[in-house]
Design a protein around this ligand. Structure first.
Ligand SMILES: [Zn+2]
Length: 246
């Protein structure tokens, strides 16, 4: 399974506003629309973090690079990417006249964090620091975007560092949360070995441990000694007729 971790940054919308509080900005007040200015991406089996920006590579080359990477990915890992990163990229593909990339599965770690746990904050930086598995790169806040948009090379170096670090901590969080991901694409289907493997991490170190019960069936239950995920076989152990209440 080819797993790509991805994170992108956008520019803010630029608009004429008549006040600071509670503004309702009309389209005719919009001077420039926000767009993707850079992205970082990392294949799970590679140490290399790729970075593309409109500043360094040009808008078209950056958008094409994102499209090519998504084309090759079976699964894309991100943090809030289902609402943010992927729709932003889709808009860029549409505006560039590109067809949709080949379909890929998504693992949105924000959704996993919200569904499985109750942290006081679901922000990526809070969660990874709380778990002791990394932290985001500190930066100059909104000023970093202002400096990058004015073409400041030093600011762009910091943006690259920030964006790449986001991808690294997102991948670290993915590793940490693996056994907690409820609907991970099943490694068995992608990697196709004869052996039984853990659906979440692909490890063959599966230990038979107990049985899994539904209202009508019993299945072999497994615990992964690689990541800790519980899974079950899909062959019924007892296939005798069972009467259930409808
Ligand atoms: Zn596993």
């Amino acid at each position: 399974m080819k797993i790509l971790t991805l994170d992108l940054e956008t520019s803010p919308n630029l608009a004429h506003v008549w006040g600071l509080w509670n503004q309702n900005v009309g389209i005719n007040q919009l001077l420039e629309s926000g767009e993707v200015i850079c992205f970082a991406a990392k294949w799970y089996d590679s140490k290399d973090v790729k970075f593309f920006s409109s500043h360094e590579h040009g808008k078209a080359a950056m958008v094409n690079a994102a499209h090519e990477l998504l084309e090759q990915a079976d699964t894309v890992v991100h943090f809030n990417g289902q609402r943010f990163d992927i729709p932003h990229l889709n808009r860029e593909f549409l505006e560039a006249g590109l067809a949709p990339p080949a379909p890929f599965a998504q693992v949105d770690l924000l959704k996993v964090v919200k569904k499985q746990f109750r942290f006081p904050s679901n922000k990526l930086d809070y969660v990874v620091q709380k778990l002791g598995i990394g932290k985001k790169t500190a930066h100059t806040g909104h000023q970093l975007w202002v400096d990058c948009l004015s073409g400041d090379e030093k600011a762009w170096r910091l943006m690259q560092k920030y964006n790449c670090q986001d991808v690294k901590v997102t991948e670290s969080l993915y590793d940490y949360l693996l056994p907690w991901i409820p609907t991970h694409p099943n490694h068995k289907l992608y990697d196709g070995p004869d052996e039984q493997v853990c659906p979440n991490c692909g490890s063959e170190a599966l230990k038979k441990e107990g049985r899994a019960y539904t209202s009508v069936s019993v299945f072999q239950r497994y615990r992964c000694e690689g990541c800790g995920k519980w899974s079950r076989g899909n062959k019924r152990i007892d296939s005798s007729e069972i009467i259930t209440v409808k």
